[in-house]
Design a protein around this ligand. Structure first.
Ligand code: ATP
Ligand code: TPS
Ligand code: MG
Ligand code: MG
Ligand code: MG
Length: 328
């Protein structure tokens, strides 16, 4: 059998694809069915070896899992129901034998399983240097729903769906960048897991979509400081965050404030959602969240003013000048 053909056979998902896949892996392109009353939602994110992961920080399974999870997170931030994914992979000529690369697909399938996503296609090429994996995802959202970054209004409450800081702290642990030996082993493992296996907040996104309320939603890929700034700019509002209210792992609170802020505000790769919505919906959001098993933490308020992010911390209110992770 032709080697490339054999490779494609080996990476096809084991689960049978759903009924929406009319033509899946194996032809020139995929064909999927549409859904009446819904729009298609499409996103793409790339992970590059030694930028987003290294042999020290992630196993091949982790790489696959995370490459899809970060994309599902963008669907969640639009309130979408995940459906399909397409994988483009550039494999270095050295250091990535076929069996090791195939393990990436084990991770991809693991991330796909929870939301019943189907692999519908992809591309495989070689590269002279680092491994690059690009995943495109599709989902659907009700045509009436618009959970975009420009939806925040003065008076809104700002919430996040989970603790911040774990993933960057986990990365520092993996890279041995800080003396974190004081942290108990099980807690260390939790931080590392948050980095390697982030959980996209699909249920939380759907909660806002199903409620049908006005809300600005963003997933936290580059740190809350940057994601809040994106909402501030798109909505022309001032986002005011209260440090004490931002949920963070207890084990981080013993570190110097500047280190804590590096992790919690600027670290990123959390893949929690940050949302701004009217205070009049606060009670209903909380009730629905409880029923759905979604966590909601109020972390600040939206005010009128120049597009900026203010932080209230240790009795002072200051406009944040630093941003989160940036590639350039
Ligand atoms: N090279 C590009 N060409 C076309 N559109 C792009 C390109 N890069 C980013 N975009 C678009 O810009 C917008 C913001 O992209 P960005 O990647 O910052 O969002 P994100 O995926 O939420 O963040 P992150 O990549 O940190 O997870 C999206 O609409 C995205 O599709
Ligand atoms: C080995 C290694 N070194 C550094 C980092 C940190 N890092 C890389 S990309 C990124 C932001 C999200 O990227 P994007 O904006 O492309 O979504 C962060 C915080 C890592 N994950 N692994
Ligand atoms: Mg992106
Ligand atoms: Mg995003
Ligand atoms: Mg993204």
């Amino acid at each position: 059998m032709d080697q490339e053909f054999e490779w494609i056979e080996s990476i096809k998902q084991k689960r049978k694809t759903g009924e929406s896949v009319i033509v899946g892996v194996g032809d020139d392109a995929a064909i999927v069915s549409g859904v009446a009353g819904f729009y298609d939602v499409i996103a793409v994110d790339t992970m590059v070896e030694d930028i987003h992961f290294s042999s020290v920080t992630m196993t091949p399974e982790d790489i696959g899992y995370k490459a899809l999870a970060v994309n599902i997170s963008d669907l969640a931030a639009m309130g979408a129901i995940p459906r399909h994914y397409i994988v483009s992979i550039a494999i270095p000529k050295k250091g990535w034998p076929q069996e090791k690369t195939r393990r990436i697909y084990e991770g991809l399938e693991e991330a796909a399983e929870k939301d019943g996503m189907d692999l519908i296609g992809g591309d495989t090429v070689s590269t002279s240097d680092k491994l690059v994996i690009t995943v495109t995802v599709t989902g659907i959202v009700e045509t009436s729903v618009r959970l975009t970054r420009d939806q925040a209004e003065p008076g809104d409450v700002i919430v996040v769906t989970g603790p911040l800081g774990s993933s960057p702290a986990g990365l520092d642990l993996l890279l041995g960048q800080d003396d974190m030996t004081a942290i108990p082993e099980t807690e260390q493992e939790a931080l590392v897991k948050a980095h390697q296996r982030p959980v996209p907040q699909v249920k939380a996104g759907r909660l806002f979509a199903e409620m049908g309320i006005r809300a600005a939603l963003n997933d936290i890929s580059d740190g809350i400081a940057r994601e809040a700034k994106e909402i501030a700019e798109a909505s022309s509002v001032r986002m005011v965050l209260d440090w004490n209210r931002i949920p963070k792992p207890d084990v981080l609170t013993g570190f110097p404030m500047s280190k804590q802020q590096d992790w919690v505000l600027y670290g990123g790769e959390e893949f929690q959602l940050v949302a701004a919505f009217s205070r009049e919906h606060w009670r209903e959001v909380c009730l629905r969240a409880q029923t759905a098993g979604v966590s909601i933490f109020p972390v600040g308020m939206v005010e009128q003013g120049d597009a900026a992010v203010d932080l209230i911390c240790e009795g002072k209110r200051e406009t944040l000048t630093r941003s989160g992770y940036a590639h350039f």
